[in-house]
Every structure is written in C-alpha cells, then in structure tokens.
Design a protein around this ligand. Structure first.
Ligand SMILES: Nc1ncnc2c1ncn2[C@@H]1O[C@H](COP(=O)(O)OP(=O)(O)OP(=O)(O)O)[C@@H](O)[C@H]1O
Length: 238
C-alpha cells in the first residue's frame, strides 16, 4: 500500500468491447472513476450494465479495450501478463457469490493455500478468527453452512493482507441473517485492516453501509453518492 497516494484506483475513459462488428457488446463506455484508499464502495446497477466487467479489469482478471486504469501509481492497462499476475497476487483479494473452496481441504488449509504464496500474509488462525470461525478451523466445507463457507472465502481473500478486496455478489446466495454476518466481516476487514473494499451487488440496501455508492447503467456511471452517515449491517433492511 502506498500511503502517499490518496486513490486506490483512478480510471479514465475505460472502455471494454466484447466481440466485433455487429455482434460487439459495449460493456464499458468510457468510465472515469476515482476510488479513494480505505473506502467501502458499493456498485449498483441493472444486470448487464458493466459492474463485473469493471471489477474484473481493475482486479487484473481482464483487459480493457481502451482507456487507462491506475492502481495507485501503476497503469494496469500497460502491464504485461506477468506483472498483472503479480499485481493480483500481491494486492488483490476476491470474494465471489459461490465460494470456490477446495472441498477436500479444511477451512485452515483452504486459507493456507493463499498464505503460502503471499508476500506478507496474516496469520491463518487470526484471519479465521476475524471472520468468526476460530472454532471451525478444522472443519471441511461440506460441514459448514453457506454463510460459514463464505466467511472462509473471505478469510482466504484477506489473509494475504490485500490492498483491495473485490466482492462480486458476496451475499447473493445467503439468507438475510447470514448475509448480514458476512457484511459485518467486510466492514471489519475495512475498519481493522484498512483495505479498500469494492462490492458489486443487486441488494441495493447494502449501499447504506458504504462510504461511496456508484450507480451504473449501460456501461457508464450515472451517479456517485457519498454517505454522510453509514449504517451498520444490523440496521440494513434486507
Ligand atoms: N466474456 C464476455 N463475452 C461477451 N460479452 C460479455 C462477456 N462478459 C460480459 N459480457 C457482456 O458485457 C455486458 C456487461 O456485463 P457485466 O457482467 O459486466 O454486467 P453486470 O452489471 O456485472 O451484470 P450482472 O449484474 O448481471 O452480473 C453484458 O452485456 C454482458 O453480456
């Protein structure tokens, strides 16, 4: 993390076109964006409006067609594949709707998969305690509820001490109680570790816990709001 740079991400004219000619899909149509360091940012918008595409590009999983995406002072759009892989490994944690845990490994071993290759990892037990699974470290995914599995996935993502945590529909498969518990964990990760947290969701009420809310439509940003007061996940109407 470079403390002298106020924004984790800056994008200028970020454009993504899938396919060519009449079949071309304009997923991002020139997105200009600033994501300040250490914020929780929620991205809202209709299905197909480009939210995941943006996350994938600034998360180093996909390439832009045009425009610039800066992470701190590094231009992701100019990086080699190798540099992009290193960026992901050193700085980025991902949490998806489906947890992608290894079924044959315990919670602790799933997290160790990441800490073994990370530069400056957290202690594995500490990461599992942070998500409230201190007592479940030796359990396998099949022995856990959906919310618990998602918390293992979050522990795995945060254990490498990421600069930024990307969450694509992190509560999409969860009931309201477990969804809230997962949002609490994301709040804690932001507050205690200082990670910038970006959440794509269809659960619009989640926006109340964010510092900043970005509304997407048709591959472009329509509106950015900042919340003067933020709600705790407990106060969010589901
Ligand atoms: N690999 C791909 N090839 C072709 N088109 C794609 C690809 N990925 C996404 N798209 C298209 O790009 C547009 C933006 O998709 P994206 O997944 O970013 O939207 P989204 O806002 O995240 O949607 P959702 O809320 O449904 O996840 C959509 O029209 C989608 O069909």
């Amino acid at each position: 993390m470079n403390e002298d740079i106020p924004n984790t991400f800056v994008t200028k004219g970020l454009t993504k076109v899938y396919g060519e000619g009449p079949a071309a899909v304009h997923a991002l149509r020139g997105v200009d964006l600033e994501i300040p360091r250490g914020e929780i940012v929620v991205l809202l918008g209709p299905s197909g409006s480009g939210k995941s595409t943006l996350l994938n590009i600034i998360g180093g999983l996909d390439r832009a067609s045009d425009g610039v995406a800066l992470f701190e002072d590094q231009d992701l759009t100019a990086m080699s594949d190798r540099a992009l892989t290193r960026y992901r490994r050193d700085h980025v944690g991902f949490v998806f709707q489906f947890y992608n845990l290894m079924p044959s490994l315990t919670a602790r071993e799933n997290v160790e998969l990441v800490t073994e290759i990370a530069d400056d990892p957290m202690d594995v037990d500490e990461a599992l305690r942070l998500v409230g699974l201190g007592e479940r470290m030796d359990h396998f995914p099949a022995q856990m509820s959906g919310g618990e599995q998602q918390r293992v996935a979050i522990a795995r993502a945060v254990a490498k001490n990421p600069t930024v945590l990307f969450c694509d529909e992190p509560t999409g498969a969860l009931d309201s109680k477990t969804g809230r518990a997962v949002l609490h964990v994301l709040n804690d990760v932001n507050a205690k570790l200082g990670a910038t947290v970006m959440i794509v969701t269809h659960a619009a009420a989640t926006a109340a816990m964010a510092h900043r809310v970005i509304h997407f439509a048709d591959g472009a940003i329509r509106r950015v709001e900042t919340n003067e007061t933020r709600l705790s996940p407990d106060e969010i109407a589901w």
